[in-house]
Ligand binder design. Sequence first.
Ligand code: PHB
Length: 397
Amino acid sequence: MQALNQGNSALGRRAVLAGVAGAALGRPAIAGDAPLKLGLMLPYSGTYAALGENVTAGFEMLLAERGGKLGGRAVTLVKVDDESDPSKAPQNVSRLLGRDRVDVLVGTVHSGVVMALVQAAREREVLLVIPNAGNAAATRELCAPTIFRTSFTNWQPAYGMGLVLGQRGVKKAAFVTWDYAAGREAAEGFRDGLAVGGGEVTQVLTVPFPQTNFQPVLAQLPGLGVEAVGAFFSGGGAVQFVRDYAAAGLRAKLPLYGPGFLTEGTLAGQGDAAEGIQTALHYGDGLDNPRNNAFRPAFKARAGREADVFAVHGYDAAQLLAVGLDATRGDAESLRPICAAMQAASIDSPRGRFKLSPQHNPVQTIYLREVRHGQNRVIGVAVPDLADPGTGCRMPA
Ligand code: PHB
């Protein structure tokens, strides 16, 4: 952590300037008891709206458990609906850091939108916790001391799914996805996993994000000569895709698999069309550990709906921040000890306890799940303790 070590770093200057400005305005030079401002940039509309809502509800639940405080300091949340629209992301981030003057950034769901947050975290040395978006760059080539993720890389669950199918002897598969980073990276993970057993992905078929006109792609699948189909979709789009796949009569001919987002938080809308679909994810229904057994009923009582992996990501983002801010008793300017504590954290997550890789991404077990009676039941382990390869990350020492 070279930059954070130097007293004369941009970060150091930022802290000093903030103190001078604060004194001139009659505020204390050190933040003291002023509430800590956290900027939550998430989708509250569009195809990923339910994901953003559950990330937020999970985050707020952990805060409530800690009396609304992190590191002993009261927390104020500033929420922005990013609409999963990459073109609006730079402006939304500027607003949070400029007008709203947040101390910490938390966001987002969409792999393209998160790039604006990553850029700000790198250029302005702001602490960023990513509670969903799985794009590789954030913890590979654009990794940074102040960037942390409590979710996954797009590669991780897709790799687990491909690995299981390869072990079952699948030799040729197709992959269907929205055409953006998350889908492309999921296709790569699926390909890498399948390749371990000697299988290959012969076609990747795409649909522009967030469109849901799947008919042209579905019509092509039977003619591809593949034994199985993997798919990355999530939220509202996943509900539609799984329904359309079943309605096209493809389930019996071409079994459908995917990273577990395909059936996560979507089962009420998918109904019978999802029954029997197997997916791989770092969470599932019926995971029997004390943290999950407490988390599930508490979330339901609070939010009025079932928890899912997105709620877990939000809860764990707040848990990780709590570790960092406890280390400095709420002093958000002391990034070096905050980041050191977060890097070393062992998070007692509803998914099972996890630690972070040196690139700040969870090392976690990928479960195999099957939809049974409207639940994503865990039926096995696809890969234990899977780390993202982290290729290209040169984290300052
Ligand atoms: C992403 O864009 O990184 C993304 C979105 C939704 C998911 C998973 C990944 O469920």
